[in-house]
Each structure stands twice: as structure tokens, then as C-alpha cells.
Design a protein around this ligand. Structure first.
Ligand code: SF4
Length: 333
């Protein structure tokens, strides 16, 4: 295995499990320039995000990957990658973590069982005993929770805007206070820097609910996490009940975004989404009905659309400036 490294995708694949196995997890993050060499292997239309993830996995050096199965596109991506690797005789192993719908206690139990199965496969590959993984996992979870909680508390207080959320470490002094954020950027993992740059050039100060890079995801502030005697169940609970929800958990995510907008007194939301993704499109529909502040949807394919985005963000700036200072109450979900 390449220096004990394992590439993983998406944020619902817990890096804590790799650490408990003595492996180092790296979130697969497509970065420009984006090759399009394998595009012909994908159906049309297809999730642009999955296509870029597949390119990244195909060219990256690790021999082990774990893909979260959260949608049909992620399953199809694994099949295509396995076909390509077999064809080229590449020594890459791709494991999967099925991620059930996360809104029920059944989903949590199911995810815990899937995590247990994945840990057995990883322990075998890493050459350590499964009970050792289980013993280490509890400690790793607690330290990860404490770190995330501290960072999330700062975030929800509006004190870790944009990049600082990704790079801030526990105990470090806070970055000097930038302009108070006015607009929330949510949605896709791709092209966030481009959108932040355009928005800032237009005079909008942005805070991200950012899934980009290997930055820590956010913990919701409402409830404390109390560990049990089963670390796999704890890990499943941490990633379902305490994590800032992804668009598949549609209503809970919309409520959380509304609370964030309210809490930070934000004046608008930019929603960046990959074309052809049902989860993001459902989320867009719900936010349109639910948010009390102006919403700007920006779609992307495998390339950013800088000229169009600039025009639309400039127009959005005027909408945000002219919006009433006490927005209408949102509709009930
Ligand atoms: S963007 Fe949508 S279709 Fe693509 S991997 Fe994510 S959930 Fe699946």
C-alpha cells in the first residue's frame, strides 16, 4: 500500500476509521487542470462531480480507495473505475461504504453495520487485528469530536470565515476579524474559490458552509455527543445526527441553513450546484420556498462558468442591497 495512504470520497466516509487502522486518509479532491480523458466512459448526462472524482482517482498514486455509495452516480463511478483499472492492469483496490438514507434510526444502525464491515476489510489490508481497530476507534472519535466542536462553535459565531475554517487548528489564535460576512455560500465541492473570489470582487463578504478540501466538517451546535460502548454506532451517530447534513437530508439541511442565515444575520445565499444531481436540485427547490433572504443558484459542469457567474453575482449584489432589512418569515417546512 502506498505509504499507508488511502484516498476516500465523500465526507460521509469517516477518516477516523482509517486512523484507527493506522492508515492515513486523504479526501479525493479534484483540482484544476481537469483532464477529460475518460469522459467517454460515462453515460450522458452524468454528474460532473463524479466524473472529476473518477479522473482524480485514476491518475492519483494510492493503491487503495474507499468510495461512499450515496447515490447512483457514485455506484456507477466505482464500476467504471474498476473496468478501467482491470483493462490497464492497475493495482488499485476500491472498497465501498454504502451510506443509507440518514434520516432514521434504521439508517444509523445500518451505517454502523456497514462501518464495521469496512473496518474488517481495512484491518485485513493494514495487517492489524480487528479488535485493535475497535479499541483505538473510541479514542479517535472523541478527539475528532472535540476538535470539530471547537471549530464549529467559532464558525457559527461568524469568527471563521472562508479559508480560515479549513486551516484553523485547535488552540491557534483566531485570524484577524475580516469584514462581517454578508452572504452564505453553500453547495458543491467544486469551484468554491472561483465563486468566493468573484463575490469578494463584487464587494460581497462571503462565509462558506464549506465541504471543500480536507477541512473539518461542521458539528451542529444543538446537542452534545455522548459516547456509548459501541464505537461503530458512535461513528454512525456522529456522522448522521451531529454533522452538518448533506443535500440528501433535504429538510434538515434546509432548516440548518435557515438557522445559520438567521443567526449570522446574513443577507443572501449563493447556492452552487453540480448539474444533473437530483439531491442538489431537490435542495434548491426547498430552499427557494423556505429561505427568507435572496437566493442565487449557480450551476456548474466540469468547468467553471466565470463570465456568466460574474454577471449574475453582480446582479445579485444589487438584489441583496435592495432587499428589505427585515425579511419575511420563511414558510413552514
Ligand atoms: S453531486 Fe449528486 S450525483 Fe454527484 S456524487 Fe454528489 S450526490 Fe451523487
Amino acid at each position: 500500500m502506498h505509504e499507508n495512504q488511502v484516498g476516500y470520497f465523500c465526507h460521509y466516509v469517516p477518516w477516523e476509521l482509517f486512523e484507527a487502522c493506522g492508515l492515513r486518509g486523504t479526501l479525493v479532491t479534484p483540482a484544476p487542470p481537469f483532464p477529460r480523458e475518460r469522459e467517454a466512459f460515462f453515460p450522458v448526462p452524468f454528474c460532473p462531480f463524479s466524473k472529476l472524482i473518477a479522473e482524480e482517482i485514476h491518475r492519483a498514486p494510492f493503491s487503495l480507495y474507499v468510495l461512499g455509495f450515496a447515490c447512483d452516480a457514485s455506484r456507477r463511478t466505482k464500476e467504471i473505475l474498476e473496468y478501467l483499472h482491470t483493462k490497464k492492469n492497475l493495482p488499485k483496490t476500491i472498497l465501498s461504504l454504502p451510506i443509507p438514507f440518514l434520516g432514521s434510526s434504521w439508517g444509523i444502525q445500518r451505517l454502523a453495520e456497514n462501518l464495521r464491515q469496512l473496518s474488517l476489510q481495512l484491518a485485513l489490508l493494514a495487517g492489524i487485528h480487528p479488535w485493535e481497530v475497535e479499541t483505538r476507534l473510541g479514542e479517535v472519535i472523541l478527539s475528532s469530536y472535540e476538535e470539530r466542536k471547537e471549530i464549529s462553535t467559532l464558525f457559527f459565531a461568524g469568527r471563521l470565515p472562508t479559508q480560515a475554517l479549513l486551516t484553523h487548528k485547535r488552540g491557534e489564535s483566531l485570524p484577524s476579524q475580516e469584514a462581517r460576512p454578508s452572504v452564505l455560500l453553500i453547495g458543491s465541492h467544486l469551484f468554491l474559490s472561483e465563486v468566493v473570489q468573484i463575490a469578494e470582487e463584487c464587494g460581497l463578504s462571503v462565509i462558506e458552509e464549506s465541504p471543500r478540501g480536507t477541512g473539518p466538517w461542521l458539528i451542529l451546535p444543538e446537542q452534545d455527543f455522548v459516547p456509548s460502548s459501541d464505537p461503530f454506532l458512535d461513528l454512525a451517530r456522529l456522522y448522521t445526527l451531529h454533522k452538518f447534513p448533506c443535500p440528501r437530508v433535504n429538510q434538515r439541511r434546509a432548516q440548518t441553513i435557515h438557522k445559520m442565515v438567521d443567526h449570522l444575520s446574513l443577507t443572501g445565499v449563493i447556492f452552487l450546484y453540480p448539474q444533473f444531481c437530483d439531491a442538489f436540485l431537490y435542495q434548491l427547490g426547498l430552499l427557494r420556498r423556505f429561505l427568507a433572504v435572496p437566493l442565487l443558484p449557480l450551476a456548474h459542469d466540469t468547468e467553471p462558468n466565470l463570465a456568466q457567474w460574474t454577471t449574475r453575482i453582480e446582479a445579485f449584489r444589487e438584489v441583496v442591497r435592495c432587499a428589505p432589512s427585515s425579511p419575511m418569515a420563511p414558510q413552514k417546512l
